[in-house]
Write a protein that binds this ligand. Structure first.
Ligand SMILES: CC(C)(COP(=O)(O)OP(=O)(O)OC[C@H]1O[C@@H](n2cnc3c(N)ncnc32)[C@H](O)[C@@H]1OP(=O)(O)O)[C@@H](O)C(=O)NCCC(=O)NCCS
Length: 153
């Protein structure tokens, strides 16, 4: 474990991509009790980067970078499997993005992670909002928009 993989959809073996989707659904839909369109269409975009660390042939930490425009990329789906949390894996992936991507980085942080992102140079740039709301069993997950501004290369 330790190598960072950084690939486009068409470069990733389909059975491995299935494992990435399984990790995302296990956490964002099942663990966080949130029925939402996890498969939103951005995964296949030619300039979307899938970035992960694997334990043997299983992804254990992952995030996705979606190109918004020529100066902005959006980090999303930041996730680590339950068994591998607290080992610095997600931080390693976010720092990889910071070090390999020019322009502005945006994300919507779950508010409990605001300080974690701030330590990596992100600042809040909007009001908190609820996503995945309206159900009796899950009143919604609070998010805050954040940005990491750098010089454009
Ligand atoms: C958030 C998440 C991706 C962090 O992954 P990770 O690989 O454990 O992160 P790191 O080891 O790099 O960093 C851990 C730090 O994140 C913060 N953190 C992680 N989970 C946290 C939690 N449940 N509550 C509060 N802080 C948390 C802590 O500051 C922790 O610091 P510590 O190691 O000193 O305790 C992981 O907990 C996860 O998958 N959570 C569920 C999905 C989610 O909420 N994703 C974020 C979308 S914005």
């Amino acid at each position: 474990m330790g190598n960072i993989f950084d690939q486009k959809f068409h470069e990733i073996d389909s059975s491995f991509f299935y494992k990435i989707l399984r990790l995302r659904v296990d956490v964002f839909v099942v663990e966080q009790n949130c029925p939402y369109p996890e498969l939103d269409g951005f995964d296949l975009a030619l300039n979307t980067r899938h970035i992960w660390i694997a334990n043997e042939d299983t992804p254990v930490s992952y995030l996705r970078l979606v190109n918004e425009d020529e100066k902005t990329n959006r980090i999303s789906r930041v996730v680590t499997s339950v068994d591998n949390r607290g080992e610095g894996l997600a931080k390693t992936l976010v720092e990889h993005v910071i070090n390999t991507t020019s322009g502005k980085l945006t994300l919507d942080a779950q508010t409990y992670l605001e300080n974690w992102y701030m330590e990596m140079g992100f600042v809040a740039n909007g009001e908190t909002f609820e996503e995945c709301c309206g159900q009796e069993t899950n009143p919604g997950i609070l998010h805050v928009p954040m940005v990491h501004e750098r010089e454009i290369d």
